[in-house]
Design a protein around this ligand. Structure first.
Ligand SMILES: Cc1cc2nc3c(=O)[nH]c(=O)nc-3n(C[C@H](O)[C@H](O)[C@H](O)COP(=O)(O)OP(=O)(O)OC[C@H]3O[C@@H](n4cnc5c(N)ncnc54)[C@H](O)[C@@H]3O)c2cc1C
Length: 430
């Protein structure tokens, strides 16, 4: 504690803090040996070097909105580096469509600065007010607009990060392309604090779309609705978001004008796209209307809360399957619920094949076995156990074959030879 206090100041080291993240509803909580709040990348590096020299495990913690317990200690021996004080905009060049920010800046702040200059930072994960750019990079966070614009990693051209045994490195930068060396930027994106700690990022921006229009289609069942989703792709028209809700999600979050067992929401943000979306979605639809985008997204943001309210609790996962298996994953989610005596539903990013498969829970109920079966379903359908929330301490990469596991383990050993970075997370049992 004395050594750490010398680096960051006594008031920025707390002993024995009990910590949680958005996985707290699964009962995940852990005590940090020390919670440290650095004010600069140099202080991050000094704490990192001290931990590496003394064989002390180390966890990066952003806004603590993660759903997988990634920022929560497991053993009680860990030093947790909370990055919220690294919240400066280091450079903003609107004329060059780019921003250089520290890792602790909130997602909303980045989006707002861009918007005020007529620019657009497309990644739109749901907890933008609290989540940090560093946490978004570490989980490769996505959202509804990932379908057109890609996840967070697609907008990162460079990183400053602290790597073992405690050195700051610059990877990429403000340049928009980089074909030199291995893609270390890509390795750190989605690495959940297990390979290094991100201290700053160069972000790419684009001009803000001039318009947004939304089509809402309702269908009698998942089969017809999924055909509607595929019809949008087959029409060769680029929706900026392509979302769905199944019958259970619609029952939990009813909305005027959405009748039927399955809804598809398709957003257009370029001229001429909406009529093509309406035409593609029409076959088999019970209703098809244009909706107010601000209003529909506000309602969509509340779906998760409405589903929780139905029975008081829920376990929600984020499996992702090839688009031609979307219907099987949606129906499979409900069938798993039935087998485990749990009400189940799903909604999510239809265009990406990314489902928020959810089991509703009353007091004392658990869905751990149902979730395990869900992960097996994702693997069997040729998909992944996580499309956007990461693995943390709640998921295992059972969809990876042995060669892919060995490659993951080799990367972990190469970048974290002492195994001190966020132990027990992501790839620990490969
Ligand atoms: C209401 C709600 C809605 C959400 N919606 C979405 C959504 O639409 N899409 C989505 O993808 N996620 C969503 N999430 C999950 C969560 O917001 C994202 O995973 C987010 O990217 C986590 O960022 P954070 O700053 O809170 O990170 P934390 O939760 O603090 O940490 C997450 C992981 O990243 C690591 N980490 C954090 N900062 C750094 C860093 N600087 N360097 C290295 N590693 C680091 C941690 O060690 C941990 O493993 C949602 C969560 C909530 C509560």
């Amino acid at each position: 504690m004395r050594d750490l206090a010398r680096i960051v100041g006594t008031e920025h080291v707390l002993e024995g803090e009990q910590l949680e993240d958005a996985s707290a509803s699964r009962g995940i909580s852990g005590r940090a040996r020390a919670l440290v709040r650095p004010a600069s990348a140099e202080q991050v590096a000094a704490v990192f070097a001290w931990c590496y020299a003394h064989d002390v495990p180390l966890i990066a913690r952003g806004g603590a909105t993660g759903f997988s317990g990634g920022a929560v200690p497991r053993s009680g021996d860990e030093v947790v580096l909370e990055l919220g004080r690294l919240d400066r905009v280091l450079a903003f060049d609107p004329g060059l469509w780019r921003m250089h920010v520290q890792a602790g800046l909130s997602t909303r702040h980045v989006a707002r600065i861009a918007r005020e200059s007529g620019l657009f930072y497309p990644p739109d994960p749901g907890a933008a007010e609290q989540s940090q750019i560093g946490g978004n990079i570490a989980t490769n966070a996505g959202g509804p607009h990932t379908f057109k614009y890609g996840s967070t990693g697609a907008w990162v051209t460079g990183l400053e990060a602290c790597l073992a045994p405690g050195e700051l490195v610059r990877i990429g930068g403000p340049q928009r392309k980089d074909a030199a060396g291995y893609d270390l930027r890509g390795l750190l994106v989605g690495s959940e604090g297990t390979l290094g700690i991100v201290t700053a990022a160069w972000l790419r921006l684009i001009p803000a779309p001039l318009q947004r229009q939304v089509a809402c289609a309702c269908y009698p069942d998942a089969r017809t609705g999924c055909a509607g989703v595929r019809a949008v792709l087959e029409a060769g028209v680029q929706a900026s978001a392509l979302e769905y809700l199944d019958a259970g999600a619609l029952a939990a979050a009813p909305r005027d004008g959405l009748a039927g067992e399955f809804a598809v929401i398709a957003e257009a943000d370029a001229a001429g796209v909406l009529p093509e979306l309406l035409e593609a979605l029409a076959p088999g639809a019970i209703s098809l209307v244009e909706a107010d985008p601000a209003e529909i997204w506000r309602w969509r943001d509340g779906v998760s809360i409405a589903v929780t309210a139905r029975r008081g609790g829920k376990l929600s996962e984020d499996i992702c399957v090839p688009l031609d298996r979307l219907e099987a994953a949606i129906e499979g989610t409900v069938a798993i619920g039935v087998r485990h005596g749990l009400e189940a539903c799903s909604w999510g990013h239809a265009g990406d094949g990314n489902l928020h498969s959810t089991f509703l829970l009353g007091p004392g109920e658990s869905a751990d076995d149902a979730a395990q079966e869900l992960f097996e379903l994702a693997a069997a359908l040729g998909g992944t156990v996580s499309g956007e929330h990461g693995m943390g301490q709640v998921k295992r990469p059972l969809h990876l074959d042995s060669a892919a596991r060995a490659a993951n383990a080799a990367i972990k050993r190469a970048l974290d030879p002492k195994g001190l970075l966020n132990p027990g997370k992501k790839v620990f049992d490969l």
